[in-house]
Ligand binder design. Sequence first.
Ligand SMILES: Nc1ncnc2c1ncn2[C@@H]1O[C@H](COP(=O)(O)OP(=O)(O)OP(=O)(O)O)[C@@H](O)[C@H]1O
Length: 467
Amino acid sequence: MLMPTNLLKDHIEDLLDSFGEAIAISDNNGIMLHVNKKHEELTGILHKDIMGKSALELVERGVFDVVLNPEVVRTGQPATRMQKTADGRKLILEGNPILDRYGQVVLVITFIRDITKIAELKEQMSSQKELLDAFRKLQHSGGKDLEKFPRVISSRAMKKLYAQVSMLGDTDVTVLVQGETGAGKDVFARRLHEVSERSSRPFIKTDCSSIPENLMETELFGYAPGTFSGANKQGKMGLIEAASGGTLFLDEIGELPLAMQAKLLRVLQDREVVRVGSTTPRKVDVRVVAATNKDLEQEVAKGKFRSDLYYRLKVAVITIPPLRKRRADILPLARGFLGYYAHKYQRDVALSHDAEEALLAYHWPGNVRELENLILGCMITCEKKVISARDLSIALPSPEPERHEGVLLDSLDVEGKTLREILEQVEQMVIMDGMAKTGNMSAVARTLGVDRSTIFRKMKRYEGGTA
Ligand SMILES: Nc1ncnc2c1ncn2[C@@H]1O[C@H](COP(=O)(O)OP(=O)(O)OP(=O)(O)O)[C@@H](O)[C@H]1O
């Protein structure tokens, strides 16, 4: 009779095949040792095509988009990533280390789940929740309350962003919110918190550009008892610890001094803070959302932003388009602000047709903030019941012609560059723009009529700063 342990060993592959989840097992050199049947079904990649190959090589050849093996081996900790397949499905990859008795990683077992359905359900549930919240709010206020932030999801770009936010709400991944000033980065950071399981815990916002450099460390990390004369004797908790269980929103992350960037990286990697004047690390459980209106890639190239922190932050990126690129949002936003401030200031005002046309034609350099301030200004200064285009033009600077926002000559660095170097810049812009729009290498490759591996190789080159 077989010993129960032998029985298990003999049937380990059948056992793995019986799981409803796709499973991939690799060793600590990243060599693929086994994938189960579900993995074949989910990824469409045959078992024989990956066995014994290096996971990194499979990425380079474009077979895999993401591998967790190097990170799990390096940190000895589980790691999670999201991936979108060429046919639009959303996969979540969760890599787990298997340790030997000395605590060294010997195997990495990665579970891959198709969460497309869950993400759709979550989106439906979150709109149900919104309705319920709005209903409760109305009941609470006797039906008179109005939201300052109308849930403007008119444009396609916004619908995509809201869907992305509800999907990211499920996870704890660090999110980088990009967008011009006034585009709504703060609004989206809060929304990420609201839709997450952390919503009942603190949302702590700190503006990295407004804290003086010498106070930044104690603000973020706190300090130990007796560190400073005259300071709180008991020591003080920093903002990172204060956000524990909740979300830490680091606004204007591009302004974070380099020394602080290194410390923040450690927090993201080790999930620990060490207060100033102490050597004892304290565990923290924060979700970090960072925002910037700078091009961090350029900041990295200039040596002003650490590339390792940048790659850590850009695991999930939300890019809010400027208002002029989502004109479908202008009028719903304008009407929302009008309703909100009319209610607040007890006024009964509306926008005339030509006022609406003027709003649509304007190029909004200050984005939603500018629109909100314009409506508020009109409300306060205009005594008429209907705001006309003329009333707006008092506040509106003369509209500039729409700038062409494709590949702008003046955004190229042409000074002293050869034609080849300039063309390389254009190529990079087109590829990065495609990636920003679709987030999908295969889609970009298809559109540009090249192989996926070509896009992959070029993007690797941009990351390395050699293009
Ligand atoms: N989707 C939206 N719905 C309602 N109001 C919005 C929306 N987006 C932005 N706003 C309004 O526009 C103003 C600017 O938004 P927010 O502070 O989020 O921009 P930001 O991108 O963080 O700006 P900055 O880069 O200057 O920090 C806020 O007062 C907010 O009320």
